[in-house]
Design a protein around this ligand. Sequence first.
Ligand SMILES: Cc1ncc(COP(=O)(O)O)c(C=O)c1O
Length: 393
Amino acid sequence: MDYRFASRFDGITGSAIRAIFSLLADPKIISFAGGNPSPATFPKEDLAKMAEKLISEQGDSVLQYGGTIGRASALNTVKELLAKEGYDAKDGELITLTGSSQGIEMMTKVFINPGDTVLVEAPTFLGALQTFNTYQANLVEVEMDEQGILPDALEKALAETNAKFLYTIPTFQNPTGRTLPLERRKQVYELCKKYNCIVLEDDPYMALRYEGEAVPGIKSFDPENEVVVKLLSFSKTISPGLRMGAAYANPAIIHKFNLAKQGIDVHTPNLTQDLVAEYIGAGLYEERIGKNCDLYRDKCALMFEEAQKHFPEGTKLVRPEGGMFIWAELPEEYNCTELFKTAVEAGVAYVPGTHFYAHGGHHNTLRLNFTMVSEEKIREGMARLGKVFTNAK
Ligand SMILES: Cc1ncc(COP(=O)(O)O)c(C=O)c1O
């Protein structure tokens, strides 16, 4: 057969990243390439008991079709979590999602015609880039510094492009671990409002804070609920396999999301929604997040120290206060994309930073993940990586 695929998939292969992940099953390789939470954080026993109870006691409803907007249990839970952050989300302003990825997909489906501009951080989450590309968006990168998006660069991009939305990960960003300070969050909000550009605020790492003070979301500057679409995810705090997230936005946008979701998956699975609601309702969420942070805090600090110790002089590192990643910018002469093969031969893997840029380049950058590896492996893997770079000189 001659498969006549839609042109929206032209040039989208996912092959570079697939090739990286296929290597990771090899136990000889210490992989810092993943982006998964540690299975040690999954609340298996609690969820098993709750699932058993939900199906045996509420099976008629849990196993039946549900409404596209979401279960009352989950919507109320999300409302309560948002209230703790100072948000007053009302009916019609929320929808549950099959992970926050679905929010990225729906936002794009609802707003982007081929050629429309989306502003993205440089670098940004690879999955979002792939989604924007499949909808044939025109991707315009906004420059960042160690604290995140640069307001001047954002204003220039807004003035030049008539962008429909800005996609931003303001806290412990994937891939850089950077956190946008409060003042800049306000500027991002004000600039986007001035230029009629929506802010898609994707904040799945926010709860994984190991030190420092929490910073209110960009959404906190949007009491009229018109400029910012806020995505929530339980993937990094409870379980990514449950596929549970939510969006908080203006009712006009939620209405369109509702229409889009009907055709995508009808609704987020009822069991998943009820499990998250039960788990949080039982008062277990904060303790869980605390335990996750305890597990990751030392690994994060250790990986950062080891990077300082082993990486070439002139490497720029930002110590994240939370999240799952350490980002390194090596001196220009190092090509981390080419050195990836040598690193794997030396028994260590990372993700070359180029994959996180909408238009590639930046071959002197790389992303390291610390949540899936033991401290012993962090020491060993970082030493191996250091040798790869030293020998490359
Ligand atoms: C910035 C960002 N957004 C969204 C996601 C996907 O999250 P979910 O599992 O909620 O779809 C990820 C996962 O890696 C991410 O890093």
